[in-house]
Design a protein around this ligand. Structure first.
Ligand SMILES: Nc1nc2c(ncn2[C@@H]2O[C@H](COP(=O)(O)OP(=O)(O)OP(=O)(O)O)[C@@H](O)[C@H]2O)c(=O)[nH]1
Ligand SMILES: [Mg+2]
Length: 273
């Protein structure tokens, strides 16, 4: 089978499948929760929420996980919570990291009966209009990765060269050491099925920054879950500033090494839990 522009990639089978009718969301979808971790995203949160609200997905909820952002993102989230019935906010006392924000958000989403959970940055790097295309693959995959590194995926051309190099370099480094079949192993735009999240043993996730994305992709592969990569265009963040830092990069570099030598549980142990 040949790889065609914009066709999703089934990672577990290492083949490319045709996409079918793009954007056609199965009617069995049930509840979907979009988890948005925020730290100083006051410039972006409103626009993000309004774009999510316009999506043609029934029973779509939004969960903001804010870490007491000094720029008042938490207050904006509260204002939005009063305006929209399907928006909830978790307020945490201080900047506790992206990884723990997602873990809290995922647990909350499972508790409220989500069948699918979407994780994405709240800086408009991830285009909300891609969600229907990701959900359209949900019947044949446990995890759908919005991928910059499959055919049809792209990075916005005016993203800074050093960021492109960091992203590509980190991806090659992690994929090589962890023998990852996922092509965008550092990507933060994903759609999880309930089944996948329930198997992941969220309390044992060790990574908190950039490394969180890598550890999750690694666990998915070890568990033998079905992964589908859907091409996305990745945009430069719209407003606000990046939280990328030297310590985040070092954590990722270290964590990849740690995962290669200490991969915690085998899939069988993980499954028998
Ligand atoms: N709750 C919470 N959210 C965070 C934290 N760190 C980052 N975020 C959010 O996580 C998302 C990703 O962070 P970014 O700063 O965009 O990191 P990045 O996408 O790797 O870097 P850029 O491409 O430069 O934007 C954004 O929505 C941030 O606001 C944190 O410690 N706590
Ligand atoms: Mg970002």
């Amino acid at each position: 089978m040949t790889q065609s522009q914009d066709s999703p990639t089934m990672v577990d089978a290492q083949i490319v499948v045709e996409s079918g009718k793009k954007g056609e969301i199965p009617t069995i979808l049930g509840r979907t929760v979009v988890v948005l971790p925020t730290y100083n995203e006051a410039e972006n949160l409103r626009r993000m929420v309004s774009r999510l609200q316009e999506l043609p997905i029934s029973d779509l909820w939004i969960l903001v996980v804010d870490d007491n952002s000094p720029d008042g993102t938490g207050r904006i989230a509260e204002y939005l919570r009063m305006r929209y019935t399907r928006l909830q906010v978790i307020h945490r006392p201080s900047k506790l990291g992206l990884g723990t924000a997602y873990v809290e958000g995922f647990k909350w989403a499972l508790e409220m009966g989500a069948n699918f959970v979407v994780q994405m940055d709240c800086d408009l790097s991830h285009d909300p209009e891609q969600i229907p295309f990701m959900l359209a693959e949900c019947t044949r995959a446990d995890v759908i990765v919005g991928s910059r590194y499959v055919e049809g995926g792209e990075l916005e051309p005016n993203w800074a060269v050093h960021r492109k190099m960091l992203s590509a370099g980190a991806n090659v480094y992690a994929r090589t050491l962890l023998r990852s079949k996922v092509r965008d192993v550092t990507g933060g735009y994903k759609c999880w099925s309930r089944r996948a999240l329930e198997q992941l043993d969220l309390d044992t996730i060790r990574s908190n920054g950039y490394a969180f994305q890598i550890e999750m992709a690694h666990r998915v592969q070890r568990l033998g879950l079905r992964v589908c990569e859907v091409p996305i265009r990745f945009y430069e963040r719209d407003g606000g500033v990046s939280k990328m830092s030297a310590s985040v990069i070092l954590e990722a570099a270290w964590r990849v090494c740690e995962l290669t030598v200490r991969p915690w549980r085998t899939p069988r142990q993980e499954r028998s839990k």
